[in-house]
Design a protein around this ligand. Structure first.
Ligand code: NAD
Ligand code: UDP
Length: 389
């Protein structure tokens, strides 16, 4: 667990201990990245977020060996004059802060655009002006829909990977019309990517852009009514976990035919650590980080989660484990969907030699074991409470 001995980068050079300014450190990805950095490296973290519930175990107790290597700053980057000073104190800034749940993209499009573009601007500016390296979290959603999705349903070209595999340098970004506000997120992320790229080209900013493809695992989002709002709609892992915990059918939006590839958070964090510690190989690059071997339709994901949850909880599945729901009913007006997301791994393989390891079954087993252990009792109690009249 301790950071002992000299760490070497991929080219055999010693890695100097660094200070990382991690914005959004209290979120799902941030919490796993903080653990990785504290447990396996000598680096220090300035952890910035408005919340710290998911990293509380790292901040207390102060007797832990890593306690002097993490410092939490409760900061809203929208309006806090301490931001530039903290970026200046660090060698590297990692920006994870964002509104990034699809239920918000069409219902809170202004907050989504401000959060993913406007609020990220000062971070980019301070890094550029102070010659600090930046690792910025974008999204696989910048690819939007696949070219293949526009072909006739029976076209044999739909089977040709060049019509659906998403490559950082060659794939276009295809979004729906403006009234489909789902794309407010992808569009804001694309513009901040372009701005960062331009800062690199014109002002020499050292940057790396990460495009996560559905990273999932423990601590993702919240369970509505338990550690989040009762009416809240988190991402699919938490939605389905909530249904399973409450013994309700899993809701398949528009029949659950969209396809996704899921990667285990612990595999993905390995990739981020390689980026942190191999700046010469990571700077100037945009990286897909996903697991092309873990592709399923949302319906298949629901079926697999039902089977795995039954195994880890010991409870038999429902007779009708899923139910169809329209996207308008589930997300409201302006929702649209990405049809298919398979990451091309050529660039991350070549630059960092990274490959994901965990199968979908295994990652669901460890994640749903965590969900059951963490929430089953609280859900049981919440269900048994009489509803206030
Ligand atoms: P998350 O919501 O769990 O974490 C984001 C964190 O940023 C939260 O803790 C939030 O409090 C914080 N934050 C937001 N606005 C802030 C502000 N103004 N000031 C301070 N803190 C603020 O989400 P996550 O899954 O950990 O995602 C992190 C990043 O990765 C995001 O940029 C997201 O767009 C990107 N991403 C994640 C995935 C995924 O699979 N998890 C997929 C695509 C993109
Ligand atoms: N989805 C679903 N039921 C749910 C939640 C999500 O069918 O209860 C679908 C959603 O429409 C999308 C996919 O699951 O097709 C993944 O949704 P998520 O919110 O995880 O984010 P996305 O991958 O779209 O960014």
């Amino acid at each position: 667990m301790a950071a002992t001995g000299v760490r070497l980068d991929l080219d055999g050079r010693p890695i100097k201990p660094m200070t990382i300014c991690m914005i959004g450190a209290g979120g799902f990805i941030g919490s796993h990245l903080c653990e990785k950095v504290l447990f396996e490296t000598p680096h220090k973290i300035l952890a910035l977020d408005v919340y710290n519930d998911k990293i509380k175990h790292l901040l207390e107790p102060e007797t832990q060996t890593w306690a002097d290597r993490i410092q939490f700053h409760r900061i809203n980057i929208k309006h806090d004059s301490r931001l530039e000073g903290l970026i200046k104190m660090a060698d590297l800034t990692i920006n994870l802060a964002a509104i990034c749940t699809p239920a918000d993209y069409n219902t809170r499009p202004l907050d989504t655009i401000y959060s993913n573009f406007i609020d990220a601007l000062p971070v980019v500016k301070y890094c550029s002006e102070n010659n600090k390296r930046l690792i910025h979290f974008s999204t696989c959603e910048v690819y939007g829909k696949t070219i293949g999705s526009f072909l006739p349903k029976d076209s044999p070209l739909r089977q040709d990977p060049s019509y659906y595999v998403l490559n950082e340098n060659t794939s276009p970004c295809i979004f729906g019309s403006i009234e489909k506000q789902r794309w407010s997120y992808a569009c804001a992320k694309q513009l901040i990517e372009r701005l960062i790229y331009a800062e690199g080209a014109e002002n020499g900013l050292e940057f790396t852009i990460v495009r996560p493809f559905n990273w999932i695992g423990p601590r993702m989002d919240f369970i509505p009514g338990i550690d989040g709002p009762s009416e809240g709609v988190p991402r699919v892992l938490a939605c389905f976990s909530n249904n399973l915990l409450r013994r309700q059918p899993l809701k398949l939006v528009d029949g659950g035919q969209s396809q996704r590839t899921f990667v285990y958070i612990k595999d993905a964090i390995e990739a981020v650590l390689l980026m942190i510690e191999n700046s010469a190989r990571a700077n100037g690059h945009i990286f897909n980080v996903g697991n092309p071997h873990n592709e399923v339709t949302v319906q298949q994901l629901a079926e697999m989660m039902t089977e795995v949850y039954s195994k880890v909880s010991g409870e038999p599945p429902l007779e009708s484990p899923t139910i169809d729901v329209s996207s308008k009913e589930f997300y409201g007006e302006g929702y649209d969907d990405s049809d298919k997301r398979i990451p091309d791994m050529t660039i991350i393989n070549r630059q960092l030699g990274w490959n994901p390891k965990t199968s979908l079954w295994d990652l669901l087993e460890s994640t749903l074991t965590y969900q059951h252990r963490t929430y089953a009792e609280a859900v049981k109690q919440a269900i048994s409470k009489p509803v206030a009249s």
